[in-house]
Ligand binder design. Structure first.
Ligand SMILES: [Fe+2]
Ligand SMILES: [Fe+2]
Length: 584
């Protein structure tokens, strides 16, 4: 082997070694670069997913203007997009403390399967504790002796089997979000998102709260704090639409403070405002959880009672009237002045299937009520007292409501009262019996409020079925007559005013002296009024003819002794003018 050959061989070997080393180095570098690229790609994909989720969350929240919508979107997002098992939003109370779970996703109402939560008492403690802090409170209930811990680092958070409470911190505090893990494990990239998601959610809730406050200011009347005209119109519109599609009834009451102008003129506007506030506060109290109340005009209020028919709304109006009757409004000079309110009632769908129809019906009855109140005052300024319901304004407004439907009832009731009391005087009944009789006569047909128009207005003879419906007016009257003096007796008289002396009347088929005496008097006065007053389809009989008719039914329909006594009353009445309207 020559030295030249040896040198060449060594050099070649070294070259090969160098080449191989360089190749291996390049290969390792390429592998490293590839691993780096792969990691970067994975990170980028993770970040892209985080970015997508954050964008999606922001987008969903910006679609909502109210807190309920924001909270609903957030809970849905945590379950559907983040893979949580369940999310619950806790709304803050006035102190900023989470008061109760406000809404949950999924929830029983959606008909979905709902994963269980922690025990109720523990949830409340955790929500409140978290609500007072600034970092989420984490609990892993499956681990032994696990206490709630503040969640500091995403890397330390568990992948599954957890529940956490995120405080939504603002000024005031906006609530707490409670989240339970689902079947899908949560990696650090999910936990890292919690911070930005919380910030977005808190901001969205704050925006929505401001929007609600502004909206509320626009909907509320400045003087009374009640909803204003615009809001109540919109509310009625919604109720009519819902009522039309789902067949739900509701009642509308329009209430107007009588002589409101005189409060302002006499004592100044601040006292007038106080009158409105007294009425508003009581209506607000009485409708709490039951209905909506608004200021509809200068001295006019509107009460909307969902689910109420005529009877329930009537009872509400009466309860309000009772309260008002007992309330003494103090004037600046120290005197007490009564506040009197007129009421008009309309019921959906009986009185109209449209908002404007309902309001027009309620308004017409309100107007009637006001007019009769004004007439009552005018009459009372003269010497002769007239029959009227005085302080029983609600019943008065009921009679007026019926009157606005068939126009004859009030005249019929008032003339019945006059005949009944005159007969009672003729036979020497006590003043208290006369008073009871007068009230019963004025209210005896108040049950007609519930009789459908097509029967109430029917000019011809009633069918057997229609007559059955008519019969109900006595028992309805019984239910409506409350809170008048001697209410029990007044109710009893009203109940039996259609009994017949021969026992063929209704509702109980009482006979002869089984029929309460005052009810027998009322039956006579009722019949005499009905046949002697004009109806649209027939002229009323002259008094002597009407009395002849009473004589014809003496012993069958009417008490014959009373008919005889009434003969003397008819003679005395001969010089008085005949009223011009009647009802059955
Ligand atoms: Fe009747
Ligand atoms: Fe009658």
């Amino acid at each position: 082997m020559t030295p030249e050959f040896t040198v060449a061989t060594v050099a070649g070997t070294i070259s090969w070694v160098l080449l191989l080393s360089a190749t291996a180095l390049a290969f390792a570098k390429a592998r490293r670069a590839q691993r780096e690229l792969w990691r970067t790609t994975k990170d980028m994909a993770g970040h892209a997913e985080q970015l997508r989720l954050l964008n999606r969350f922001t987008f969903l929240l910006t679609q909502e203007t109210r807190r309920h919508g924001v909270a609903r979107a957030a809970t849905e997002f945590f379950v559907q997009e983040m893979g949580a098992g369940r999310a619950v939003f806790w709304r803050p109370d006035s102190e900023g403390e989470p008061e109760a779970p406000w809404l949950s996703f999924p929830s029983e109402e959606d008909g979905r399967e709902v994963p269980p939560t922690l025990p109720e008492a523990q949830r409340i403690i955790l929500a409140r504790t978290a609500g007072r802090g600034t970092t989420p409170l984490l609990l892993t209930p499956d681990r032994q002796d696990q206490r709630p811990q503040p969640l500091q680092r995403a890397a330390d958070a568990p992948a599954q089997g957890f529940a956490f409470y995120i405080p939504l911190h603002g000024s005031p505090r906006e609530g707490v979000l409670e989240v339970y893990s689902g079947p899908e494990p949560w990696g650090p990239e999910r936990w890292e998102l919690l911070g930005p998601l919380t910030t977005e959610l808190t901001n969205a809730l704050r925006r929505a709260r401001h929007y609600e406050e502004v909206q509320e200011r626009a909907d509320v009347d400045f003087v009374t704090g009640l909803f204003n005209h615009r809001f109540m119109q919109a509310y009625l519109h919604k109720l009519v639409s819902a009522g039309a599609s789902r067949g739900r009834k509701f009642a509308v009451l329009l209430m107007d403070v009588n002589d409101f102008k005189s409060f302002n003129d006499t004592y100044g506007h601040s006292v007038g405002d106080r009158v409105l506030q007294v009425v508003a506060n009581q209506l607000r109290l009485m409708t709490d959880g039951e209905g909506m109340v608004g200021r509809f005009g200068g001295d006019e209020f509107i009460v909307v009672l969902p689910g109420h028919g005529r009877l329930e709304a009537g009872a509400f109006a009466q309860a309000f009237q009772d309260w008002l009757t007992n309330y003494a409004f103090k004037t600046p000079l120290g005197g007490a002045v009564p506040i009197v309110v007129s009421t008009g009632l309309a019921v959906f769908p009986d009185d109209g299937g449209q908002r404007q129809e309902l309001l027009a019906a309620a308004d017409a009855r309100l107007y009637q009520c006001k007019r009769s109140a004004a007439n009552g005052r005018k009459r009372s300024s003269h010497a002769k007292p007239q029959p009227g319901l005085g302080v029983f304004g609600f019943l008065d407004s009921l009679v007026t409501s019926i009157d606005s439907r068939d126009h004859y009832t009030r005249a019929h009731c008032e003339s019945t009262a006059e005949y009944a009391v005159t007969l009672a005087q003729e036979i020497g009944l006590s003043p208290s019996a006369q008073r009871t009789l007068r009230l019963a006569a004025l209210l005896h047909d108040v049950g007609k409020i519930c009789i459908p128009d097509h029967i109430l207005h029917k000019p011809g003879a009633l069918t057997a079925d229609e007559f059955e419906v008519i019969k109900h007016h006595v028992s309805i009257a019984e239910n409506l007559i409350v809170d008048v003096p001697d209410a029990e007796e007044v109710r009893m008289i009203a109940r039996h005013h259609h009994e017949r002396f021969d026992g063929s009347g209704y509702p109980d088929g009482l006979q002869g002296e089984e029929i309460p005496f005052l009810a027998r008097i009322l039956a006579l006065a009722d019949a005499f009024s009905a046949i002697s007053l004009d109806r649209p389809y027939r002229r009323g009989l002259a008094r002597d003819e009407a009395y002849a008719e009473l004589q014809r039914v003496a012993g069958t329909q009417l008490d014959p002794e009373l008919v005889k006594s009434f003969g003397r009353v008819v003679v005395a009445l001969e010089n008085e003018p005949v009223p011009t309207a009647a009802a059955f």
